[in-house]
Design a protein around this ligand. Structure first.
Ligand SMILES: [Zn+2]
Length: 269
């Protein structure tokens, strides 16, 4: 088989393919070696005094499928030694972290799949144990979430005509309230802070200079005095808008009161 095409397909420039064999009808095993003969010492960062010191048992790394088959890369675990620093180390690959059995590309594919479906479905698609998919997913979520939050804040800072939304919510009705801060135009959530009292709000603003740096054109909120005071303090030039939902509530309450009082007079006639 022409290994150079497979090499291009795998997109792993650090490896050269030595042999490919069909392990069974479902599995493809690809034996590969590092392209370079030496690797820099992790201590002195130079490869001048580095020598090879034999091999440990080869590593078998699950990678993205080739020809729709489960694909494993068999790569040597080369022992290296830096004479200058007198330390030994094992060859490290860019495509897979030390001691892991799944390549980075495979892990990100799994996470991508699992985000749009269930872990069980993703596991079935990739022929991987569900627990492995869940584990990869759980490890990736905090990082993804951080990236998304960062992107949301950048958007809020850069976009002109920013409209913020401030609202309270409780996880369980009647329990402690939290306040959510949203970019209404961008439809993103920027942050959640505990509490909804003026002291809580002021504390948040003092601890979050990034929030104070925002330049909202308008802020939408309910009619709670604390929110209005707080927003006036933080963004004196922003228009404060009472959202329709709460205004509707007040209007309906007032109409009911008028109706009741008028109804009484009508009955007495
Ligand atoms: Zn060294």
């Amino acid at each position: 088989m022409q290994t150079q095409y497979i090499n291009e397909m795998l997109n792993l420039p650090e490896l050269k393919i030595c042999q490919i064999h069909l392990h069974n009808t479902e599995e493809l095993h690809i034996e590969a070696e590092p392209v370079f003969s030496k690797q820099s010492c992790p201590c002195c960062k130079s490869d001048e005094a580095v020598i090879r010191k034999g091999r440990n048992e080869a590593r078998s790394i699950r990678h993205l499928p080739v020809f729709d088959k489960k694909t494993y890369l068999l790569v040597p675990s080369i022992r290296m030694y830096c004479v200058n620093c007198a330390i030994g180390f094992v060859w490290s690959y860019d495509f897979v972290r030390p001691k892991q059995r799944y390549s980075q590309l495979f892990r990100s594919r799994i996470v991508e799949h699992a985000l749009g479906s269930t872990a069980a479905h993703s596991a079935q698609m990739q022929q991987t144990p569900v627990s492995t998919v869940q584990d990869m997913h759980n490890k990736a979520v905090p990082m993804l979430s951080e990236q998304l939050i960062e992107r949301a804040w950048e958007e809020a800072q850069e976009g002109s005509n920013l409209i913020l939304g401030i609202d309270d919510f409780s996880i369980k009705k009647g329990h402690r309230y939290n306040t959510g801060i949203h970019n209404l135009r961008g439809a993103t959530m920027l942050d959640v802070m505990p509490g909804r009292k003026l002291d809580d709000l002021r504390k948040y603003a003092s601890e979050h200079p990034r929030f104070r740096m925002l330049k909202p054109k308008a802020v939408v909120m309910d009619l709670a005095q604390a929110y209005h005071t707080w927003i006036r303090e933080c963004f004196p030039f922003a228009i404060r808008i009472a959202d329709r939902f709460h205004v509707h509530g007040y209007v309906i309450d007032s109409v009911q009161e008028v109706r009741k009082s008028v109804q009484q007079t009508l009955m007495s006639v």
